[in-house]
Ligand binder design. Structure first.
Ligand code: DGL
Length: 269
């Protein structure tokens, strides 16, 4: 039996397409519906209550399209709203990116310390620290909000002087903490786009952890366990709450493949 219903993914904007990219690489026969809440981006500077309300609205919009699973690609929404979503939509498998990211970080640096860069909201909520220490109690974790990386990635300014200055501002002090972190978690959808410059500033001895890959592995495992895999799909469709043309243009940077503007529909949540 093949379950052709789509997997629903949402993010505050286009950055979550990095997660969809990893999902498509691992699950090429699945159909995907992606919702980017571009009208209300960024989530990372908003309160947990507001982000939770937005996340529930986004989930409802996707559920109306009969999705078989919900992937919360946004780190900020995963960190503050996952439990609410799991309770509100109890019959639907819901996967966030924090736990898979924490698992990958602990696998990469089992003795720590682990450094995390994320949005202000994710850092303040402490979800990565809790998820890492749930796997390994007392493992040292240091965090740093890196909000400027979000607009830099969206502008395509992922290399060169400006990206490098921002990386030095955020990464250098974090890496100077003692003992020196062994792994650095890219705890935000947008940060993989700046991976090269982040790696350069962090140094060759630090392992960068991208939660997109491990989240895709978690999704694949759940689909398999619940007998929900599709062997005949491969389509993708997009919803944006604003600026569909920009979504298609900028989205390509994150998705790593072209987005047909005709596949991007505007919706109101
Ligand atoms: N998607 C957000 C995250 O992963 C980053 C952009 C935002 O602040 O909305 O945390």
């Amino acid at each position: 039996m093949s379950d052709q219903r789509p997997i629903g993914i949402f993010d505050s904007g286009m950055g979550g397409l990095t997660v969809m990219r990893a999902l498509r690489a691992r699950l090429p026969k699945e159909n995907f519906l992606y919702l980017g809440d571009t009208a209300r981006l960024p989530y990372g500077t908003k309160s947990g209550d507001t982000v939770t309300r937005y996340a529930v609205q986004a989930a409802r919009a996707l559920i109306a399209w009969d999705i078989k699973m919900l992937v919360v690609a946004c780190n900020t929404a995963s960190s503050v709203a996952l439990l609410t979503l799991e309770v509100a939509f109890e019959n639907l498998p819901v996967v966030g990116v924090i736990k898979p990211g924490a698992e990958a970080a602990v696998a990469a640096a089992p003795e720590g310390p682990i450094a995390v860069i994320a949005t202000e909201g994710t850092v303040k909520g402490g979800a990565y620290v809790r998820a890492i220490q749930a796997l390994k109690p007392r493992l040292p974790v240091v965090q740093q909000a890196a909000p400027l990386f979000v607009p830099l990635a969206e502008e395509g300014l992922v290399k060169g002087d400006i990206a490098r200055l921002a990386a030095e501002r955020y990464i250098r002090p974090l890496m100077a903490t003692m003992p020196r972190p062994r792994a650095l978690v890219l705890g935000c959808t947008h940060f993989p786009a700046l991976k090269d410059v982040i790696a350069e500033v962090a140094g060759p001895d630090v392992i960068l952890v991208d939660s997109a890959e491990t989240s895709a592995a978690a999704v694949a495992q759940i689909l398999k366990d619940k007998n929900l895999l599709n062997d005949a799909g491969g389509a993708m469709h997009f919803f944006a709450t604003d600026a569909p043309d920009r979504f298609a243009n900028v989205g390509e940077i994150f998705l790593g493949e072209p987005i047909n503007p005709g596949d991007v529909e505007v919706i109101d949540l």
